[in-house]
Structures are given as structure tokens and as C-alpha cells.
Design a protein around this ligand. Structure first.
Ligand code: TXA
Ligand code: MG
Length: 353
């Protein structure tokens, strides 16, 4: 077990000496967690196979699920990827830095482990001063999956990273809570039309406006676990975002959802289970469960996204056996929220009416 160095860094004016300590660790093949606008990432030199193997090991992540590579300038994209379509240049200038990851054909510069043997690579430029400074100072593209243990909810604060990875990573740059709270949108540009493989911080509606022709991969809209052998995004087929508690997602009109959550809560409690309800501002007063938490207003999905992963972790800390989660709208950031909740529930979805 190594000592994990915690470096507190100002998110608006990162202290360069601290960033340099972290950057040196990256250059030496170490693992450094850092904040982005979406969630905390666990960074390693994307061009160093040994560092990438250590990254998978620390997260206990299956080797077939490649991380996203983070850059701080567009010219690096031309080194890491090839056959970059004109559309990509438009997207990069419009949405970068920001919560949009683009999947390209990869170049030969990239080690096989970094892309899990695929012939594509996922790249993004994060909108966070600390992340950009770390990439710049290390002089390397930084591979960074979310800095959680594989399968757990992504970390939206340094505390979450410590809870999962303390002692198995070299350092963490701590700049407080992340702003968006769900991961970036992953858009595959190696296919036509461009296809969203993971909904995230850049809403589908926004991409549609920019691209015209863009589709959602069928697995994203799926409300059941779909079995496909060759998922286009390896992350699609792995268990994800799951707290220890069993999650039941209840979808439908608000009144029907409240009625169903109450009914399920009562029956689980009768069986002796400790029940948590993931409610919204509009509904939380309606429940009498062991733990009731509001994820925010149904009418402010940005706040819901911001709170989601933190609350899933809090329920675990309170030791609940079951979490009843209310569904929200799939508009805007709601699609990412609902995708995470569906996965967290293992597609244990109740339709209330
Ligand atoms: O917001 C984010 O994207 C965060 C922060 C740290 O930047 N990162 C993140 O990384 O969420 P990760 O590794 O947890 O998720 C990456 C997703 C996975 O679902 C993975 O399967 C997919 O991107 N992915 C990576 N490379 C891919 C590729 N070449 N083709 C398709 N999907 C890919
Ligand atoms: Mg992840």
C-alpha cells in the first residue's frame, strides 16, 4: 500500500507548484486523480503501457474497457487519431473544452492497452483549469477513466476518490465538487451517422442541433438489458454505477411514481429491509422510509445530475438494503441521469400507472 498524496488545488487559479508535483508523477508512470467538469478522473500517461496497466489494476477495471484520453490542445488529436472527419473539427471548436468525448480511428502511436486492442480511440478536452494544467505540465496525453472502483458510482468529490482508491494511487488533486456530476457524452465519429454511445454532460438535443444527423445507440434507449456480443462501447456491457444496495427504479407520471414507491417501500420494510428513497424536491415529503433524500427539483435536471452519484454513495454509507429511485424526464441532462439509474438498478425498472 502506498501513501496517497492529497494536494488541495484552487479550481479557478490552480497553484502551479502543486500541479507540477502531480505532473511529475504522471511522467514517471504514476497514477494521479484529478477533477474535471464532469467527474474526477484517474490519470496515467496514455502512451505508457505499464502505467495504463497499473491504472486498470487500481480500478479493478476489466482490461477490455478502454479509458478516455484527455488532451489540452487539438493538435494532439491529430497525433492520436487518424481519418478525422470535417464534422469533428466543427464539434471540437464548438464543444471543446467541454463534456463531449469523440471516438476516432486511432493512430499507431497509441499503445494497444490504452485502447483495449480496439482500432478506435476516445478523446476529450476537459473544461477544468486543474485538468488542463495537469495535462499541459505533464506534456503527455492523459488516459483517465472515472476515478472510482470499477462498477461503483463515479466520484464527484475528492472524498469519493479517497473512499475507493486511497493507498492504491499516487496522488489526488482536490478541487472540491465537480460541476456537472455525470460523465461526458461519448459520440462515435468512426461510423455514419455519428452515434451517441453514452449520454452525458452534452445533451443529445444540443448535438442534434449542431450535427443534424446523429443517433442514439439502441442500447442507450434500452429499458432492458440487451444482450449483444460486440457492444460498440465496451463500457455498455459492464455493470455500472451500482451502489451496494439493491436499486429499484420507478418510472411513470409523478403521482403514479409516488404511489408505487410508497407501496414498495412499505412491503420491503415489512420484510425487515432498511429502505432509502431517492426522491425529488417536489415529492420527498410524501415518504416515510428509513432514509429519504432529494436529488433536487424535477424541473432542474442539471442539479439532479450534479447530486446523483453523491446520493447513491450516501445511501450506501447509511447502510440501506434497498434504494427506491424515482425516474425523471429524459430531456437534456435527464437522459444521462436516467441511463445511470437504469444501469444502477440492473434494469430493475417498475412502470407505475
Ligand atoms: O466525463 C468523463 O468522460 C470522465 C472524466 C474523467 O473525463 N471519464 C470517464 O471515463 O467517464 P470512463 O473510462 O469511466 O468511461 C469511458 C467510456 C466507457 O464507457 C468506455 O467503454 C468508452 O468510454 N470508450 C472508451 N474508448 C472507447 C472507444 N474506442 N470506442 C467506444 N467507446 C469507448
Ligand atoms: Mg467510469
Amino acid at each position: 500500500m502506498k501513501e496517497t498524496l492529497v494536494l488541495k488545488v484552487n479550481s479557478r487559479k490552480p497553484e502551479i507548484d502543486k500541479v507540477r508535483v502531480a505532473a511529475e508523477l504522471i511522467r514517471q508512470g504514476g497514477l494521479v486523480a484529478f477533477p474535471t467538469e464532469t467527474v474526477y478522473g484517474l490519470g496515467a500517461d496514455a502512451l505508457n503501457s505499464r502505467a495504463i496497466l497499473a491504472l486498470f489494476e487500481a480500478k479493478k477495471r476489466p482490461l477490455d474497457n478502454p479509458p478516455i484520453v484527455h488532451v489540452e490542445n487539438v493538435s494532439d488529436v491529430y497525433k492520436l487519431a487518424k481519418q478525422i472527419p470535417a464534422k469533428a473539427e466543427r464539434l471540437m471548436s464548438k464543444f471543446w473544452p467541454g463534456p463531449l468525448t469523440l471516438v476516432f480511428r486511432r493512430s499507431d502511436l497509441v499503445p494497444d492497452v490504452t485502447v483495449a486492442g480496439l482500432d478506435t480511440i476516445a478523446i476529450r478536452m476537459p473544461l477544468h483549469k486543474v485538468a488542463l494544467a495537469l495535462i499541459r505540465e505533464s506534456g503527455r496525453p492523459i488516459a483517465a477513466p472515472s476515478a472510482n472502483l470499477s462498477g461503483k458510482p463515479s466520484p464527484t468529490s475528492a472524498k469519493h476518490v479517497i473512499d475507493d482508491l486511497n493507498g492504491s494511487i499516487d496522488a489526488i488533486l482536490d478541487s472540491g465538487s465537480t460541476r456537472i456530476g455525470v460523465e461526458s457524452t461519448v459520440l462515435d465519429l468512426s461510423v455514419s451517422p455519428p452515434t451517441v454511445l453514452r449520454p452525458g454532460g452534452t445533451p443529445f438535443e444540443t448535438l442534434k442541433k449542431a450535427l443534424g444527423d446523429v443517433k442514439l445507440h439502441p442500447l442507450i434507449v434500452a429499458e432492458k438489458e440487451m444482450s449483444i456480443d460486440k457492444a460498440p462501447s465496451p463500457g455498455m456491457k459492464h455493470k455500472h454505477y451500482a451502489p451496494n444496495a439493491k436499486v429499484i427504479l420507478v418510472e411513470g407520471s409523478v403521482q403514479a411514481v409516488v404511489r408505487e414507491v410508497k407501496k414498495l417501500t412499505d412491503s420491503y420494510r415489512l420484510e425487515g429491509a432498511k429502505v432509502g428513497v431517492l426522491a425529488t424536491d417536489e415529492t420527498m415529503k410524501a415518504y416515510k422510509a428509513d432514509v429519504v433524500k432529494s436529488v433536487g427539483s424535477r424541473f432542474n435536471l442539471a442539479v439532479v445530475a450534479q447530486n446523483l452519484f453523491r446520493l447513491l454513495r450516501e445511501f450506501d454509507n447509511e447502510g440501506v438494503d434497498v434504494i427506491m429511485a424515482e425516474g425523471v424526464s429524459v430531456d437534456g441532462l435527464g437522459l444521462a441521469v436516467m441511463n445511470r439509474l437504469r444501469k444502477a438498478s440492473g434494469y430493475n425498472i417498475v412502470k407505475a400507472d
